[in-house]
Design a protein around this ligand. Structure first.
Ligand SMILES: Nc1ncnc2c1ncn2[C@@H]1O[C@H](COP(=O)(O)OP(=O)(O)OP(=O)(O)O)[C@@H](O)[C@H]1O
Ligand code: SF4
Ligand SMILES: [Mg+2]
Length: 332
């Protein structure tokens, strides 16, 4: 059995072009997702998480945006080079995406059933009756009670959590190999958020769908992911299995994110947030992009760009910080 990844992103560069020139929102980002795996992508607002996921779907608005470099290999097929016609076949069939606010992705004028059946019929050749049954089955699979009745409901008749379940049902109805979920629970309250996350984990196990889960919250990553990449200002700054990132975090930015995870047991609000802001893409020309916020900053950080280093003594753990150069550089 081959163990080729479902998704292999190599040196992806996505930029926006304005009067001020090129804005590199995603700058040589590489990562892969294995079959059936849940990978987390974490980082604060503006780090390039959504631009990365929209690039994979080839949904970057062009202009002003454009994928300017790298490869996105989906089961070995390079999507960067694929035509829009081919992408329409791929979207929904092989890779599906769900977004933060399900109301914006559902059409308020059509019933849930209509939208589900339409989606299924676009991608498969089955008849209306079969598509109806498949839609009902999917609603049941995502844990919605009274599935037949919900088929006749309009989006506004459902709660936020129910709408997100419908979106997941829609995304998974054609059994994609990969699901990209961009902050799927941010708009929901904490209890519903936990239910949706556990649903995603459950479906990942049942259907063997690989998932890329994008979030700004390491607590969410801890709940469901097996591996995580941390993004900062358009770059991957750390990658490791989830247990490793919690036990042995290396990048000063990851340390800051971990300090900002709320302690659920003590029912406390977030106590800490990293001082300062994510720099605008392209605003830092030389040196480490985290330097202005880093308590360990030293002279070299201001002049040289740190490459990714292997973490000494750890498996599958890399970090972009000069403090860890003894592990040896793995890439630029
Ligand atoms: N259409 C666009 N035109 C110009 N710049 C853009 C556009 N979309 C995104 N960007 C820029 O790309 C950078 C990365 O944005 P992105 O949306 O990927 O961040 P994010 O990590 O998803 O943040 P959030 O957590 O807020 O969703 C930001 O600096 C943003 O301003
Ligand atoms: S390279 Fe320097 S500035 Fe960047 S995270 Fe490491 S210590 Fe901090
Ligand atoms: Mg985003």
């Amino acid at each position: 059995m081959t163990n080729a990844p479902v998704l292999d992103v190599k040196q992806l560069r996505t930029s926006f072009f304005s009067e001020d020139g090129e804005i590199p929102a995603v700058d040589e980002v590489s990562f892969s997702v294995n079959k059936g795996e849940i990978l987390g992508i974490v980082g604060e607002s503006g780090c390039g998480k959504s631009v990365t996921s929209l690039s994979i779907m080839k949904l970057i608005p062009q202009p002003p945006g454009k994928i300017v470099g790298g490869e996105i290999l989906l089961n070995g097929e390079n999507l960067v080079a694929s035509s829009e016609k081919r992408m329409r076949e791929i979207r929904g069939n092989e890779v599906a995406m769900i977004f933060q606010e399900p109301m914006t992705s559902l059409n308020p004028l059509f019933t849930i059933g209509n939208q589900l059946i339409e989606g299924i019929k676009i991608h498969t050749k089955i008849g209306k009756k079969e598509a109806f049954q498949q839609a009902v089955d999917m609603l049941k699979l995502v844990g919605l009670p009274r599935a037949e009745q919900i088929m006749n409901d309009y989006p506004h008749q459902l709660s936020g959590g129910m709408r997100q379940r419908v979106m997941i049902a829609m995304a998974l109805s054609c059994h994609p190999k990969l699901l990209i979920a961009d902050e799927p629970t941010t708009a929901l309250d904490v209890t519903i958020q936990a239910q949706i996350l556990s649903l995603m984990k459950d479906l990942n196990e049942k259907l063997d769908t690989a998932i890329v889960l994008i979030t700004h919250d390491l607590g969410v990553v801890a709940e469901v992911c097996e591996r995580v990449i941390v993004m900062y200002a358009g770059k991957v700054v750390e990658e490791a299995p989830v247990m490793e990132i919690f036990k042995n975090p290396k990048h000063p930015y990851t340390l800051g994110l971990l300090q900002s995870v709320p302690d659920v047991r003590e029912n406390k609000e977030r106590l800490y947030s990293i001082p300062g802001n994510v720099p605008k893409p392209g605003s830092i020309k030389t040196g480490c992009r985290f330097a202005a916020r880093c308590e360990f900053v030293h002279d070299r950080c201001l002049t040289d760009n740190p490459p990714l280093y292997k973490v000494n003594g750890a498996e599958e753990h890399t970090v972009r910080c000069f403090l860890h150069e003894q592990g040896g550089a793995v890439s630029g």
